[in-house]
Design a protein. Structure first.
Length: 243
């Protein structure tokens, strides 16, 4: 396996991901919320870029069965059904529903990676399930969403833990680019927990707007045995039925 790491979604424009399996990571919070939504029984997540696109798509899907979710500056978008807090996505709220989602960083990174042969959504919540899903990939691209076009340490740490676990499972460790080597070193240097996430720039920003509970939620390692896959601009779960 050859593995490359990209620190923001903006780095993967064009055809760079053709013939790759891509893993998209936005720990705080979009990828964590996508996992939470699918675990709660949402039928599908539709990532879109703009607020206008979200409303238009939800309307075309039928507002009886489709919810709109997302944030700007961390807060729920006015008029949307849900924000981007994973705890909002309960079985009573999203079970059997389709969710159209637009976030500041995460949904853009997912769409930027859509050119890849396979697109998987990862977070700390489902890290081990994703490792199992991509273990046989020939070319792997790990795409961190980043924060407003810049490096985010929580996404990089998740990427490093993913690559480290892949190396543990394989007789032949993945051949890493320089960014891959850097995130694996990061994973060896830091222990992921709620305290670590709370001290990141994104964690501090969430606390500043009263959403510190989201940080602890997103720090739950391997809480769900499910793999979200993007197919035809729609994210669905692919698993053996785990919670």
């Amino acid at each position: 396996m050859k593995a490359s790491v990209y620190f923001t979604g903006r780095e993967v424009e064009g055809s760079v991901l053709q013939d790759h399996t891509a893993v998209v990571i936005d720990v705080l919070r979009a990828s964590s919320t996508i996992v939470a939504a699918l675990a709660a029984g949402a039928q599908a997540i539709y990532p879109v870029l703009s607020i206008e696109d979200a409303i238009k798509l939800a309307t075309s899907l039928g507002r009886k069965d489709a919810l709109v979710a997302g944030e700007r500056r961390g807060l729920k978008i006015e008029g949307f059904d849900l924000g981007n807090s994973p705890g909002e996505f309960t079985p009573d709220t999203v079970g059997g529903k389709q969710v159209v989602m637009s976030t500041t960083n995460g949904t853009g990174a997912v769409l930027a990676a859509a050119q890849a042969e396979q697109v998987v959504i990862a977070s700390f919540l489902n890290l081990d399930a994703v490792v199992g899903e991509v273990a046989q990939a020939g070319q792997l691209a790990v795409v961190c969403a980043g924060r407003e076009g810049q490096f985010s340490i929580e996404d990089a740490l998740c990427a490093g833990m993913l690559l480290a676990r892949l190396a543990e499972r394989s007789e032949n460790s993945p051949a890493l680019d320089d960014a891959g080597r850097a995130v694996v070193a990061l994973a060896k240097a830091f222990k992921m927990n709620a305290k670590f996430l709370a001290e990141t720039a994104a964690g501090r920003a969430l606390a500043a707007i009263g959403l510190e509970e989201d940080v602890a939620w997103c720090a739950r390692l391997d809480a769900h045995d499910l793999v979200p896959l993007l197919e035809e601009r729609m994210i669905r779960r692919s698993d053996g039925g785990g919670a």
